[in-house]
Design a protein around this ligand. Structure first.
Ligand SMILES: Nc1ncnc2c1ncn2[C@@H]1O[C@H](COP(=O)(O)OP(=O)(O)OP(=O)(O)O)[C@@H](O)[C@H]1O
Length: 213
């Protein structure tokens, strides 16, 4: 496969915490490429560095050394401001605990990243992503008024609203019962298959990993 097909390239990535006798090498010289449109599961024992990897690869954290190329842009060379803008427009995030704002409605949560980036999201665009995740009828509810599985689907809609190059998901089914978890996984699979949305998911769950490539 030629290099242009690699949407994400991680090169000799290292991340350590602390120093001297208390230093922890969470990542040591990790390299891999992820092709456009792949659905990748990252598995490993507790403390092996999965979350650190995801955070460095998505520009939420800065590695100690190495580089991360997202569609050719080296995240490790960007300023904080450039990185913030790139994260808002080109990277989608899902977390185990959803990270929704409780005071905002479902549709306001979905529109938030684009609003923060200075765009006025079109109602049609928000409706489209909400219909993908089956939540159009709940668009005026607040997170406290919907179930955990529905909250995670809101988080997915929010992540997809800006059509990101890569969707990063850290244990997206970790807090869900098996039925809600399966629904979220089926949606992720559908997004990859129908919309070519490259997805990198950290998971402990072999059932979740089995849905990936
Ligand atoms: N802020 C921090 N300061 C110091 N050490 C840290 C910090 N964050 C993570 N670590 C350490 O780095 C290593 C990797 O942690 P990380 O959270 O990436 O692992 P993980 O594979 O995601 O674990 P889990 O599956 O339990 O969530 C662990 O030894 C952890 O204790």
């Amino acid at each position: 496969m030629c290099m242009a097909d690699q949407i994400l390239r991680v090169v000799s990535l290292s991340r350590s915490y602390g120093e001297r006798e208390t230093i922890v090498h969470a990542l040591r010289e990790v390299s891999f490429d992820i092709p456009q449109g792949a659905f990748i599961a990252v598995m490993g024992s507790s403390g092996s560095g999965k979350s650190t990897l995801l955070q460095c690869a998505s520009g939420l954290d800065r590695p100690t050394s190495g580089s991360v190329l997202l569609a050719g842009a080296d995240l490790t060379t960007l300023s904080e401001l450039e990185l913030t803008e790139l994260r808002r427009m080109r990277i989608g995030f899902m977390f185990q605990d959803y990270n929704l704002l409780p005071a905002l409605t479902v549709e306001q949560n979905v529109a938030l990243p684009q609003r923060l980036a200075g765009y006025k999201p079109r109602g049609n665009d928000i409706s489209r992503v909400l219909s993908w995740v089956g939540l159009e009828s709940l668009r005026r509810r607040r997170p406290s008024e919907i179930s955990g599985g529905q909250r995670q689907r809101v988080a997915l809609a929010r992540a997809l609203a800006s059509a990101p190059d890569v969707l990063f998901a850290d244990e997206p089914t970790g807090a869900l019962d098996s039925k809600s978890g399966r629904e979220v996984l089926e949606l992720l699979r559908w997004m990859v298959d129908q919309h070519g949305r490259t997805t990198v998911m950290v998971t402990h769950d072999p059932v979740a990993a089995a849905v990936s490539d």
